[in-house]
Design a binder for this molecule. Structure first.
Ligand code: HEM
Length: 354
């Protein structure tokens, strides 16, 4: 090979190498930006879908209808060998909470909602924070944020008919056998007449950490102490604010109590898969009692400005790698950003009109 031919081969090789490097960098960037299948659902897409073209200004984009709560957690201290968190040492910790129903409509009729929720926010004097948002189902239907996005898509009413497409729903659940535990819960669940008599689940697993840094995967549930009454089958004439009104009446007489039951995973449980319930025989610790003493309207209430992001955890607790849990943080932040901006604009407009 002559000198010229050698030089041109070496230049071509360098160009080829450059192209490979640049292409690899571009692919890595796109992957990190979440633009390929499997990592493709952004917080904005989630919240746009939850708004469903009807953003409810200054309200949460999910679980829009709710009430603020105040009370304290009376920790039994029984979880303290597993977690150094100060919230699990024996003693009382105040919280701000919120009962809500799932969905983006702040005027939705209480009893028609398929899911009810309890959220709690703790803030200690030493600067520790813990937020938890729990729902009535014990498990997720699907394992990943992308599949959850598709699930919301198929359950969203078609604008032409005002109803979700039954065939699409059937096809979605048939294509996802991991929905079995969720469906079993759904088929056996009977809603009750009160927020105070539902059981609320963390669904996602978390780690608790002991003084040696040893970690243990856990899930928790707020289990009601009050006796439940099943809801009537026909709710068509009922008060749209039935759950809120019942709660206010109940709290006028007595506080509402839940036991915070914490289940410990064993080696065979996958803490990163929220579609599978852990067997009932897993060791379960009563970490203490959630005592709700008062209720307040959410607008202007102490819970309005709180983002109940489940990734806000104190020392002695950690997030697992559950992909749904990790997607929640950014989606809640996006919803919070939108509603906080709108509340600010509303307040300014009201101020300017005075
Ligand atoms: C990828 C999955 C999920 C997404 C994208 C999502 C999205 C959201 C969003 C955007 C909000 C409104 C946040 C705000 O403006 O403050 C919200 C609230 C809430 N979510 Fe989720 N969520 C997911 C999974 C879950 C799960 C697994 C649970 C239950 C364990 C849950 C329970 C709640 C509750 C209770 C609230 C209301 C909290 C409050 O009272 O402010 N979510 N969710």
């Amino acid at each position: 090979m002559g000198n010229n031919a050698q030089i041109s081969t070496s230049i071509s090789k360098r160009y080829a190498l450059l192209i490979v490097v640049v292409t690899t960098l571009v692919i890595a960037f796109l992957y990190a930006a979440g633009l390929f299948g499997g990592h493709g659902t952004t917080a904005q897409q989630f919240v746009n879908l939850q708004e469903n073209n009807k953003p409810q200004f200054s309200f949460r984009r999910a679980h829009a209808k709710g009430v603020c709560l105040a009370g304290e957690f009376e920790s039994s201290g029984l979880l303290s060998p597993y977690s150094t968190s100060e919230f699990f040492q024996k003693g009382a910790q105040p919280f701000v909470g919120r009962f809500s129903i799932a969905g983006g409509n702040p005027l939705a009729p209480d009893l028609a909602a398929p899911v009810r929720s309890l959220a709690l926010s703790f803030a200690s004097d030493s600067g520790q924070r813990w937020r938890t948002a729990m729902n009535t189902p014990p498990v997720m239907a699907v394992r990943t944020p992308e599949e959850f996005y598709q699930q919301i898509q198929v359950l969203t009413p078609d604008p032409a008919t005002g109803k979700p497409d039954g065939e699409k729903i059937k096809a979605f659940f048939a294509a996802h056998p991991e929905t079995a535990a969720f469906n079993a819960w759904k088929n056996s669940y009977t809603a009750t007449t009160s927020f105070a008599t539902e059981q609320y689940h963390s669904i996602n697993a978390f780690y608790v950490l002991d003084a040696q840094g040893q970690r243990q995967a856990v899930r928790w549930a707020a289990v009601p102490q009050a006796h439940a009454q099943p809801m009537a089958a026909d709710i068509s004439d009922s008060d749209p604010d039935a759950l809120q009104n019942e709660l206010a009446q109940r709290l006028a007489e007595n506080p509402v109590r839940f036991d915070l039951m914490v289940s410990l995973a064993d080696e065979s449980d996958d803490e990163n898969n929220a579609t599978i319930a852990w067997p009932a025989e897993r060791k379960t610790i009563n970490a203490g009692t959630v005592v709700i003493r008062s209720v307040q309207p959410q607008q202007g209430g102490a819970c309005e400005g709180i983002n109940f992001d489940p990734l806000v955890l104190p020392q002695g607790m950690q997030a697992t790698d559950d992909p749904i849990l990790n997607a929640r943080g950014s989606a809640y932040a996006e919803s919070y950003r939108r509603r906080a901006r709108e509340s600010f604009i509303e307040a300014q407009t009201a101020g300017a009109q005075q």
